[in-house]
Design a protein around this ligand. Structure first.
Ligand code: ATP
Ligand code: LTN
Length: 343
């Protein structure tokens, strides 16, 4: 009897993820719930490229030494939240020149009018009226290049970035229409809970790591005492009932959203658990939950940051792997748009 040779059918190629975070300071609870936590979770189902977006950080004035320090620390923090640099690619944006190379070509295929509609541009130029630079305006083009240069299928981000994703899709679709199929149209992945964590000091604004009011955000590196204090001071209202109503009770609803994002509960379940209890008890419970969830990340962070050589090694390997993938796309795009290539 002859033995039959069974050739295993190849595993279907996994879809690809790309996402980035700016090294403009230590990440907040908003960054964690809106993006970083999902970055870690999605590693089981996708091939992931995660990037520290240092070039994007230059759109606001940064102290050079602080930017350098923040970049390495952010990479360490990404490792601490569970990014696996063996299975996936972790790198720094400026280490892969293909991003800026592609960004120029995409800029020449993006209209002034569509960039003028970006709400982040309007918000950031209002915040820094003395520095409304061209980079702030073309920011979404570089972000589109970050995504398209890897032909990413999925981009996990918080809600504030969905408009930038839309423009990336528009640019990709238009380019494909003019030059033939080139780019994958990326989809956004915005979490159900925690997509838009609001400021603890002003719940009409999103929590942001560059907010000058340090009580408006919880940093991933804040210790338990600080976390308890910040939640205690969080702006709520005077009606004293733990009930979700984002329009009438934005502060309480935001705290409930944070709590639910960690416990996995629905808003109704949170309401039921705190029925008849005051804001003091509720805020303490939110703070405890957050502090307990962050404690293991903080311990890992301290351990990893102590080994600068390890972090830099990860980033060096990551940049090489990313550059190989991205370089291919840039060569293809340069050829398609008619830039002369010598043999
Ligand atoms: P900056 O304050 O410098 O503008 P940021 O805190 O908004 O920074 P980014 O680096 O721009 O942070 O964003 C990293 C990721 O975190 C993005 O996916 C973004 O959508 C997400 N994110 C930022 N803020 C929040 C928030 N308040 N709630 C949920 N997700 C958020
Ligand atoms: N603009 C993003 C950071 C960012 C990004 C990206 C996110 C830069 N490049 C590519 C997703 C994909 C922000 O969070 N402000």
């Amino acid at each position: 009897m002859s033995e039959q040779q069974v050739t295993p059918s190849p595993l279907p190629a996994r879809k690809r993820i790309l996402s980035g975070i700016q090294p403009t300071g230590t990440p907040t609870l908003g960054n964690y719930l809106g993006a970083l936590r999902n970055w870690a979770l999605l590693q089981n189902s996708y091939d992931c490229l995660y990037m520290v977006a240092d070039l994007h950080a230059l759109t606001v004035r940064e102290d050079p030494a602080a930017l350098r320090r923040n970049t390495r620390e952010l990479a360490a923090l990404l490792l601490a939240v569970g990014i696996d640099p063996q299975q996936h690619v972790l790198f720094v944006q400026s280490h892969v020149p293909a991003h800026t190379e592609l960004a120029w070509v995409l800029a020449c295929n993006t209209q002034f009018g569509e960039l003028s509609r970006m709400t982040q541009f309007k918000d950031k130029s209002a915040k820094h009226p003395d520095n409304v630079n061209a980079g702030l305006f073309t920011y979404p083009v570089l972000m589109a290049a970050d995504i398209l240069v890897y032909n990413a299928d999925l981009v996990p981000v918080g809600q504030d970035q969905t408009q930038h994703l839309e423009i990336a899709r528009d640019i990709a679709g238009r380019f494909n229409g003019v030059y033939g199929p080139t780019f994958t149209l990326p989809e956004g992945y915005v979490p159900k809970a925690g997509a838009r964590v609001m400021s603890l000091g002003d719940p009409s604004k999103k929590m942001s790591k560059s907010d000058p009011n340090v009580n408006s955000f919880v940093l991933l590196t804040d210790n338990k005492d600080v976390i308890l204090r910040k939640f205690k001071r969080a702006v709520t209202d005077s009606d004293g009932v733990v009930r979700c109503d984002p329009a009438a009770k934005p502060g309480v609803s935001n705290l409930m959203g944070i709590y639910a994002a960690f416990t996995g509960q629905t808003m109704e379940e949170v309401e039921a658990d705190f029925a008849g209890k005051g804001y003091g008890d509720f805020k303490a419970a939110v703070a405890e939950t957050v502090a307990d969830a962050l404690a293991p990340v903080q311990a890992e962070y301290a351990r990893i940051l102590a080994d600068k050589g390890y972090v830099d090694g990860v980033l060096r390997t990551g940049a090489e792997r990313a550059a190989r993938l991205a370089g291919r796309t840039v060569r293809k795009v340069y050829r398609k748009v008619g830039l002369l290539q010598l043999d």
